[in-house]
Ligand binder design. Structure first.
Ligand code: 3HC
Length: 698
């Protein structure tokens, strides 16, 4: 074995005969931070002409997974990645790269700048910059089309998808697929270069198969699909320059990259990337866990079936309990339909679906839960029913079994009190459809044991969900905030906006669907029942005009899409405003003596977002959510909040606490009961702190 020399902490070189090996070892994912960039240049210089071929490979779990995202937004440190890669491409000695794990973003761009690429079986390549509000900024938009053609490159760059090695080989993005350890493969492939068995070439000498029509059509498609997003348009703009000489194309790409780097969308999407990981990076999610070999689900309704589907898709056997055969059959049918849907969407194979269904054991007897590790109760949202079920579970379930409720609002501590083992009880709040939505609120009861909580996070991971810790309160993080800001919709409508205007303004802001359309989709009866419950429990302090319009719509039996009628009519497929709702609104306005005023889209968005941020700030202040980032992830993964805005509290930082306080105080002149400045926001305005600062404090 030849000796290795450290160039710096992350780069080392070795030489075997005429082959020089450059190893990148920068855990966790070998990102091209400053030390890697400088180290690569120094390594190339040190190797000089002492070798006839150079092979670059990585230590650890993966090839380079991209530029170091943590450096973004800070002053760039030289050398830049494009400069490093251009120098590698210009090397007179052939350079090859050996990819294991994933070569993503700047990692793939490094490989594209080398003169041949070898993938190790199982490796994947991709340019996921678009998912971070960016575009490949180190030659990806110029070199990939030269190697693999325009349609494939546009697909990879615009989707951000990870391409398996086999497909990459077919498309010419890699030259060979081999098996073995990265260093061994690097050496073997380099020997093949020396022996003339693996050819090398400079991508810059190739020309792209350019077709202006493909560019034009792609651009139109991108604008239609993502009307809010800047980076996909910039991606196409950069790729469009691939018919120019490489140097010129790279200049266009660089400018597009800088344009994207400066957008708030880039900051929002990167906040989302790190936030998704940060929510489970807490002590409560770590430590010992209990087994999750078999799960019991009580209730075969939409939620129970969705939860069951999710567990089965993750390979966990489920015992599904219902009280009557009809309900059980309906549950099994829904689960089968969900799994069939996953097959038709390409999420799983038909064989996996059959295997998943074979792990489902439907039963009418609660006693069948005696041997499961975790029970998730997903029955009707009534405290009395839940209490009864938990009382029974206490007598049936084995010692150490975790007892979870999928309640969306109710007090998990009261549910836990029905058992002799409150330490085994927690809330696992899934979002509908539970086999699709990625959010899981993990609700800690007053007595929940640490290993029970950690198992909640382990379950989220196995189900590929984003687990967020929440404390007990009415509605936990998400529904509590929703319960507050959704009243603003009612206020806006009664004060003069139409439901459609509210929806349109918020859709332009980035919501996939306006709140009235969401209500119609979810079923207006659900909100109605919840408002009734809150009234009964004396929980709704705001009496200004509560849910008047919504209540009257629901009382007419118009529950939205499922009845063909709600805020909108659905006869023609596309939602059309329901004229009878306008009559109801007029009636209520007249009864309350409200003279309608007009609102601009901006005013609608400002009020809606300020209300959301206010309650979100209170949720952080009272500890229901651990940090602002937890609230942000709840909204991104459970409520369709636009990812490019990073979440409500990331968005709040773009407005600033001082301005938010000013707004709330102005609105409070109209309704001092509803609009109150949260103490946290007042304090932040006074000392100039941001929610990002609070995230850092942890
Ligand atoms: N920069 C900095 N840190 C990164 C990183 C990156 N590019 N990619 C991952 N990390 C960090 C994660 O934050 C995480 O840190 P933590 O342990 O402190 O939470 C750690 O590496 C491990 O990441 P994951 O938990 O995501 O590990 P997985 O094994 O599940 O996934 C991965 C690995 C597929 C590489 C995934 O991390 C990933 O998709 N990373 C992002 C890849 C990417 O977007 N690359 C493009 C960057 S932009 C760019 O290259 C610009 C260029 O064109 C100029």
């Amino acid at each position: 074995m030849a000796e290795t020399t450290s160039i710096n902490d992350v780069i080392s070189i070795g030489q075997e005969g005429d082959v020089a090996l450059i190893c990148i070892d920068n855990p966790p994912v070998n990102a091209t931070g400053q030390a890697v960039r400088q180290g690569l240049l120094d390594a190339m210089a040190q190797i000089g002409t002492s070798a006839k071929v150079i092979a670059i490979y990585c230590a650890g779990r993966t090839f380079v997974a991209g530029a170091d995202i943590k450096e973004f937004g800070k002053t760039p440190l030289p050398p830049s990645l494009p400069d490093v890669l251009n120098q590698i491409e210009d090397s007179e000695i052939p350079v090859i790269s050996v990819i294991h794990g994933t070569a993503l973003g700047g990692g793939l761009e490094l490989a594209l700048a080398t003169h041949a690429r070898v993938a190790i079986e199982g490796a994947k390549i991709g340019l996921p910059e678009v998912l971070l509000g960016l575009l490949p900024g180190a030659g990806g938009t110029q070199r990939l089309p030269r190697l693999s053609g325009l349609p494939f490159s546009l697909d990879v760059i615009l989707s951000g998808r990870q391409v398996p090695a086999k497909e990459a080989l077919e498309k010419g993005a890699v030259d060979r697929v081999m098996s073995g350890e990265p260093r061994d493969v690097a050496l073997a492939a380099a020997q093949d270069v020396l022996a003339g068995k693996l050819s090398t070439r400079k991508t810059k000498n190739l020309t792209a198969d350019y077709d202006a029509k493909v560019i034009e059509e792609t651009l139109a498609g991108v604008k239609k699909k993502n009307p809010h997003l800047i980076s996909p348009v910039k991606c196409v703009e950069a790729v469009a320059a691939c018919n120019k000489p490489l140097e010129e194309g790279l200049k266009v790409e660089r400018q597009c990259f800088i344009d994207c780097m400066q957008t708030p969308q880039r900051a929002g999407l990167i906040h989302a990337f790190f936030g998704e990981r940060a929510v489970s990076n807490i002590p409560e999610a770590k430590g010992d866990t209990r087994p999750l070999d078999k799960i019991g689900v009580i209730g075969g309704g939409t939620m129970g079936s969705g939860i069951t589907t999710s567990c089965l898709m993750a390979g966990i056997p489920v015992r599904l309990i219902e009280v009557a055969q009809e309900g059980l059959d309906r549950g099994v049918a829904t689960i089968t339909k969900n799994l069939d849907g996953a097959v038709s969407r390409g999420k799983m194979s038909a064989e996996k679906r059959d295997a998943a269904l074979a792990m489902l054991e439907p039963s009418l007897a609660m006693e069948d839960l005696a041997d499961v590790d975790l029970v998730i109760e997903a029955v009707f949202e009534k405290m009395e029913i839940k209490k009864e079920i938990f009382g029974k579970l206490d007598t049936i379930c084995k010692k150490g079994a975790i007892l979870a409720s999928n309640t969306s609002y109710l007090d998990v501590n009261k549910i836990a009190e029905m058992t002799s083992r409150p330490e085994d009880v927690l809330g696992l709040h899934f979002f509908s459809p539970a086999h699709v939505m990625r959010l899981l609120e993990i609700v800690q009861g007053a007595k929940t044991a640490p290993d029970v909580l950690a198992t909640g996070f382990a379950l989220a991971k196995r189900l590929k969900k984003v687990g967020v810790l929440a404390q007990v309160c009415d509605g936990f993080i998400g529904n509590r905030i929703l319960g507050h800001y959704s009243k603003v919709n009612a206020f806006l409508v009664l004060d003069g906006a139409s439901p459609q205007q509210v929806d349109d303004a918020l859709e332009r802001f980035g919501l996939a669907m306006g709140p009235h359309k969401v209500g119609d989709l979810a079923g207006l009866d659900i909100g109605y029942m919840n408002r009734q419950r809150m009234k009964e429990e004396g929980l709704d302090p705001n009496a200004r005009y509560g849910g008047d319009v919504a209540d009257r719509i629901a009382e007419k039996g118009w529950y939205g899409r499922k009845t063909g009628k709600g805020y909108y009519l659905y006869d023609a497929g596309r939602p059309v405003p329901n004229p009878e709702v306008e009559t109801i609104i007029d009636e209520v306005r007249a009864e309350k003596g409200i003279t309608p005023q007009s609102f601009t889209d901006e005013e609608i968005v400002d009020r809606y977002m300020t209300a959301m941020i206010s309650e979100a700030a209170r949720v952080v202040e009272d500890g229901t959510a651990k940090r602002p980032v937890d609230v942000d992830m709840v909204f991104l993964f459970g409520y369709g909040f636009p990812r490019f805005r990073g979440g409500p509290l990331h968005y709040a930082d773009t407005i600033g606490a001082e301005e938010l306080v000013r707004r709330i105080e102005a609105y409070a002149k109209e309704d001092p009961n509803y609009w109150q400045v949260p103490e946290l926001l007042r304090k932040m305005a006074a000392d100039g702190t941001t929610f990002a600062d609070l995230n850092k404090e942890g």
